[in-house]
Write a protein that binds this ligand. Structure first.
Ligand code: TRP
Ligand code: ZN
Length: 889
C-alpha cells in the first residue's frame, strides 16, 4: 500500500520572523474567474531573528509581478515553489510590490478568497491569506492594512473590509470602489473582504463612554426578517464585555456578515465578522430555542475575540487555545450571566459539561489526543478541536475557580496591560494570572502540555469519635500518543458534605480557620488527604461541584447516596450528576444483559428518583429536562472496553420505554404544565419549559397509545414555532415504536409536508436531512437515497454535515451495520469531500477515531475503510494526518 508520509511541524522549532511588516496596502479588482490583487508591503529586518531570508508564503495563486524597492525581481533573485517564495540577501528595509491573480469561482475549499451565491468572501484563519497574496502569513507578524476594493456596481453593490470606510465612489464601465482602513495592527489571518448583493439591518449604539458606534448585520435579500436576534446578541455582547471585563469596542463600526457556505461557525475578522448563516438567521418560524442560544453564544464569541485574539493575539498556531480557550470561557460566562439567575447559570454549565464529555473526552482518549497546547501538527486546521476550544475553556475556568472572581479579573487586567498589541503565548497568560495574584502557578502548566483526561479517585472515611471526615484524593492520567508518563496536575476539587436531611454542613479543614459550605481542595500530588474537622454526623460527599476540573471522578457511591444527592444537593451540577450516575450504572448493566440475552428490567429506586425530579415544582423545568435526559449512546460507549452499538441502543431504548410506561401520568402532567401559549420568546425560562414539555413528549411516544401518538401529530400540525414543530416531528421519527412500522404512513406524510413548507429555507432543510439521518429506521441505503435528493449537495458544508456527518456520528446503531456498508459510505464521502474541501473532509475522517473500541469484526472493516482512504491519490494533508493517526492507534 502506498501511503504518503506527512510533514510534521514542531512547536519547539519556533523561530521569530526574519522581517516585520509595518504597512500593507492592497487593491482588489474583483472578478469571479480572475481577481487581480496588487499588494504593497513595507518590511524591515528583525535583527533578533535567526531567520536571515525574507520568507513569504503563497498557495494556489498566480504570481504576476514582484518588485522589491521599486525594481522588478528577476526569477533568479528569489526561489519559488508551491508553498513559499524566498528572497535571500534582502536589504534591511524592503518595500515589496506583488501582483497576484486568483480564480475565486473555482475555489471550493472556502479558505482564501471564494465565491458563494455570486458574492465574494474571504476566510484567512489559519493560513488562508497566503491564497490571496505572497505574505509572511504567520500570526506574530502584525501590520496596518489599507484596502481598496473595486468591482461591478450592479453585481457587487456592497464592498466591505476591515476597519473604517474612508472613501467610496464610482469608476468607469459601471464599476465602483470603496477604500477601507483598519486603525489597528493585526495579523494577516484577521484580514477579510466581502463583496456582493447584500442588505443590512443597522443600528447606532452608544457605548458606556458615550461614544457612538455603527452596528450592522449583513445578509442576503429576503433574510432581513431574521437578523434581530443576532443584532440583540451583538449589543448584549458589547455591554457585557464593558461590564464584566472593562473592555470597550475599539472601532466606530462593527459588521457581521452571514454566508451559507462556511467551513465552521464564524470568524472574528477585525471589525468584519463573517458567520455561517446558521449562527445569524433566526425567527420563530425557522429557528429553534437551541438555534437562538447558539446564535447568542457565537455572536458573543466572535465579538469577544476582538480583545482576546485580535488586540492580543497568538505568537504561533500552537498557542491557539490562548485565544480560543479564553474566548470560549468568555462566551460561556456571557450566556450564563445573560440568563440572570443561578439555576439558569447552572443549566448552562451542565450543558457545557455535557458537550465536553460527549466530544472532548473521546478525543482525549483517541488517536488524535493532543495537549491543549499541541507540540506538533501536520495541518493546523485539524487542531481547531474540542480540546483546544472546550478543554481550553475548562483550563481557563480553573484559574477562575482557583483565583476567584476578583483575582481572575486582576489577572485579565494585567494580561491586557502587558500584552495589548502583541502576539504572545499561553505561558504569558498563565504568568499574568500568577503575577496579578501573587500565586505560583508553575505546576498548572501541565494542563497545557499533557494530553488525556485525568482520573481522580476519591475515598472517604468518617471518624465519629474524633469528628473528622477524611477525603483521600488520588490522581492518574492515561497514556496518550507520544506521552507514556504523566506528572500530577494541579486540580481544584470543589467539595461539599451533605447530611441526612440533605443540608450542606459548614466545612473547616484541619489547620485552617475559614468556614464555608463548599471548599476548593487543591490536589497537586499523586495522592493527598484532606481532613475536615468538627463533623458531627454521617454525610454524603458532593465532589467536583460545578465540575471544578475537566477530570473523571471515581467514587464508590451507593444507589441510595446518589438518590440522596439527586434529591438534595445544593450544587446543581452534582445534583444532576447523581442522576447521570444512576442512569449510567443501569445502562451498562442493561447492555451486558442484552449481550447475554438475559431478561431486562429497571429498578424502582431509579424510577422513583426520576419521578420525584420530574414532579418537583421547585426545580426549573430546564434543570428537570437535563436530569430526564439519559446519558447518550456515545457516552455509554466511552464507558465500555468494547463498545457494541446495537446493544447500547437496545439497552438505552429499553430504559426510555420503561420509564415512559411507569411515568406516563407524570409525563402527561409535565407536558400540560409546561405549555407556552402566546407569542414566542426564546428566553431561558420559556425555552426551559419547551425543553421539558418536548422531553416528556418524546418519552410518551416511546410507550405509545393512539392518544399519545396523536398528541405528537397534533403538536406538529399546530406548532407556532420551530422548536415545538421539530420536537414533535423528532418524537414521531425517533421513538422505538417507529421501528415496528406503526404509523409509518403518518410519518411519511409529515416529512413530506415539512419539506414542502420549508423548501426555501436552507437551514430548515438541513434539519429535515438530519432528522432522517439520525432516525433508528434509517439505514445506509436510505442515506444513499437521500444523497440523490435534489436538495442534497456535497459541496455545501452545512448540507454535507446535515446528512453525512449526522449519520456517521449520531446514528451509531445504523452506521456500524455488521456488513460494513456504513464504513464504505464513509470512505466514499471522505474521498469525494477531499477533492472539494479538505477541511470538511478531515472533519468527517474523525468519525473513525474510535475504531479500536468496536468488536473485532467491525474493527477489521473499519480498518479496511481507513486504509482505503489513506491510499487515495492526491489526498490532502488534512485527511492524511487524521487517517494516518487513526491507523497508528
Ligand atoms: N477563529 C474562529 C472562531 O473560533 C474559527 C475558525 C478558525 C474558522 N478557522 C476557521 C472559521 C476557518 C471558519 C473557517 O470563531
Ligand atoms: Zn474562536
Amino acid at each position: 500500500m502506498n501511503i504518503a508520509t506527512p510533514v510534521t511541524i514542531y512547536r519547539k522549532d519556533y523561530v521569530a520572523p526574519g522581517f516585520w511588516v509595518d504597512t500593507v496596502e492592497m487593491g482588489f479588482d474583483l472578478h469571479p474567474q480572475r481577481t487581480h490583487v496588487a499588494t504593497r508591503i513595507t518590511m524591515r529586518r528583525n535583527h533578533d531573528s535567526a531567520e536571515k531570508d525574507l520568507v513569504l508564503f503563497g498557495e494556489d495563486i498566480k504570481l504576476l509581478q514582484l518588485r522589491m524597492n521599486g525594481v522588478n525581481l528577476k526569477k533568479s533573485a528569489y526561489s519559488l515553489n508551491k508553498e513559499r517564495l524566498v528572497i535571500s540577501n534582502a536589504p534591511d528595509q524592503v518595500t515589496l510590490e506583488i501582483e497576484t491573480a486568483i480564480a475565486a469561482d473555482k475555489n471550493t475549499t472556502m479558505s482564501g478568497l471564494y465565491v458563494s451565491n455570486g458574492n465574494f468572501f474571504t476566510q484567512c484563519e489559519a493560513e488562508g491569506f497566503r491564497k490571496i497574496t505572497y505574505f509572511p502569513d504567520r500570526p506574530d507578524v502584525m501590520a496596518s492594512y489599507t484596502v481598496m476594493l473595486r468591482g461591478d456596481k450592479k453585481l457587487y453593490p456592497v464592498l466591505l473590509s476591515n476597519g473604517n470606510l474612508i472613501e467610496q465612489g464610482d469608476l468607469d464601465d459601471g464599476r465602483h470602489y470603496a477604500k477601507w482602513e483598519d486603525p489597528f495592527k493585526k495579523p494577516s489571518y484577521l484580514f477579510a473582504l466581502v463583496a456582493g448583493k447584500l442588505v443590512c439591518q443597522e443600528e447606532k449604539y452608544k457605548l458606556k463612554s458615550g461614544r457612538q458606534v455603527l452596528l450592522q448585520v449583513w445578509v442576503e435579500e429576503g433574510n432581513l426578517d431574521k437578523t434581530q436576534h443576532a443584532m440583540d446578541s451583538l449589543k448584549n455582547s458589547i455591554r457585557w464585555d464593558e461590564e464584566r471585563f472593562g473592555l470597550e469596542l475599539d472601532l466606530d463600526r462593527f459588521m457581521i456578515v452571514a454566508t451559507s457556505d462556511f467551513n465552521m461557525g464564524a470568524m472574528e475578522n477585525k471589525g468584519l465578522n463573517i458567520f455561517n448563516t446558521k449562527y445569524v438567521l433566526a425567527n420563530s418560524r425557522v429557528a429553534t430555542d437551541t438555534d437562538y442560544a447558539g446564535i447568542e453564544s457565537v455572536v458573543g464569541h466572535e465579538y469577544f475575540h476582538n480583545w482576546t485574539g485580535n488586540r492580543v493575539t497568538c505568537r504561533d498556531w500552537f498557542q491557539l487555545s490562548l485565544k480560543e480557550g479564553l474566548t470560549v470561557f468568555r462566551d460561556q460566562e456571557f450566556s450564563g450571566d445573560l440568563v440572570g439567575n443561578e439555576t439558569g447559570r447552572a443549566v448552562k454549565r451542565i450543558e457545557d459539561v455535557r458537550v465536553l464529555r460527549q466530544l472532548q473526552f473521546p478525543e482525549d482518549a483517541g488517536p488524535m489526543a493532543h495537549p491543549v497546547r499541541p507540540d506538533s501538527f501536520v495541518e493546523i486546521n485539524n487542531f481547531y478541536t474540542v480540546t483546544v476550544y472546550e478543554k481550553g475553556s475548562e483550563v481557563v475556568r480553573m484559574y477562575y475557580t482557583l483565583l476567584g472572581h476578583e483575582g481572575f479579573r486582576k489577572g485579565m487586567d494585567l494580561y491586557f496591560q502587558r500584552h495589548d498589541g502583541h502576539a504572545v503565548t499561553c505561558d504569558d497568560f498563565r504568568t499574568a494570572m500568577a503575577d496579578a495574584n501573587g500565586r505560583d502557578l508553575k505546576q498548572f502548566e501541565r494542563w497545557y502540555s499533557q494530553a488525556g483526561t485525568p482520573h481522580v479517585k476519591a475515598h472517604a472515611s468518617y471518624d465519629a469519635n474524633a469528628k473528622t471526615y477524611t477525603l483521600n484524593l488520588s490522581q492518574s492520567c492515561p497514556k496518550t500518543a507520544g506521552q507514556a508518563k504523566k506528572l500530577p496536575f494541579h486540580i481544584p476539587v470543589a467539595v461539599g458534605l451533605i447530611d441526612a436531611e440533605g443540608n450542606d454542613i459548614p466545612l473547616q479543614l484541619q489547620g485552617e480557620s475559614a468556614i464555608a459550605t463548599t471548599k476548593i481542595l487543591e490536589l497537586k500530588e499523586a495522592q493527598q488527604s484532606f481532613v475536615f474537622i468538627n463533623i458531627d454526623r454521617e454525610v454524603t460527599p458532593s465532589i467536583l461541584r460545578n465540575f471544578s476540573a475537566p477530570v473523571i471522578l471515581e467514587y464508590d457511591y451507593s444507589d441510595e447516596q446518589l438518590a440522596h444527592l439527586l434529591a438534595h444537593d445544593s450544587d446543581p451540577f452534582c445534583r444532576w450528576e447523581a442522576g447521570q450516575r444512576l442512569a449510567m450504572r443501569r445502562s451498562l448493566n442493561l447492555v451486558s444483559a442484552v449481550q447475554k440475552g438475559e431478561a431486562l428490567s429497571l429498578d424502582d429506586l431509579f424510577i422513583q428518583a426520576l419521578r420525584k425530579t420530574l414532579n418537583d415544582q421547585h426545580l426549573d423545568p430546564a434543570f428537570r429536562e437535563l436530569v430526564l435526559t439519559l446519558p447518550s449512546e456515545v457516552m455509554i460507549a466511552e464507558e465500555m472496553a468494547i463498545a457494541d452499538p446495537h446493544s447500547i441502543h437496545t439497552a438505552r431504548q429499553f430504559v426510555r420505554t420503561t420509564l415512559a410506561q411507569h411515568l406516563k401520568a407524570d409525563l402527561l402532567q409535565a407536558y400540560q404544565d409546561n405549555l407556552t401559549p402566546g407569542k414566542y420568546s426564546p428566553d431561558a425560562q420559556s425555552a426551559g419549559k419547551r425543553a421539558l414539555k418536548n422531553c416528556a413528549l418524546a418519552y410518551l411516544v416511546e410507550w405509545p397509545d393512539a392518544a399519545t401518538y396523536a398528541l405528537a401529530h397534533t403538536q406538529y400540525q399546530e406548532a407556532e414555532n420551530m422548536t415545538d414543530r421539530i420536537a414533535a416531528l423528532s418524537a414521531m421519527l425517533h421513538c422505538s415504536s417507529a421501528l415496528d412500522k406503526a404509523h409509518s404512513k403518518t410519518r411519511k406524510q409529515v416529512l413530506a409536508h415539512f419539506y414542502k413548507e420549508f423548501e426555501s429555507e436552507a437551514l430548515v432543510i438541513d434539519k429535515w436531512f438530519t432528522l432522517q439521518a439520525t432516525a433508528p429506521t434509517t439505514d445506509v441505503e436510505q442515506v444513499r437515497a437521500l444523497m440523490q435528493h435534489k436538495a442534497f449537495s456535497m459541496s455545501n458544508p452545512n448540507r454535507a454535515r446535515s446528512l453525512i456527518f449526522a449519520f456517521c456520528n449520531a446514528n451509531p446503531a445504523r452506521f456500524h451495520a455488521a456488513d460494513g456498508s456504513g464504513y464504505a459510505l464513509w470512505s466514499e464521502c471522505v474521498i469525494a469531500l477531499n477533492k472539494l474541501n479538505p477541511q470538511v473532509a478531515a472533519r468527517l475522517s474523525r468519525s473513525m477515531d474510535r475504531w479500536t473500541k468496536y468488536p473485532k469484526a467491525n474493527q477489521a472493516l473499519m480498518k479496511a475503510a481507513l486504509q482505503k482512504v489513506a491510499a487515495t491519490k492526491k489526498l490532502s494533508k488534512d485527511v492524511l494526518e487524521v487517517v494516518t493517526k487513526a491507523l497508528a492507534a
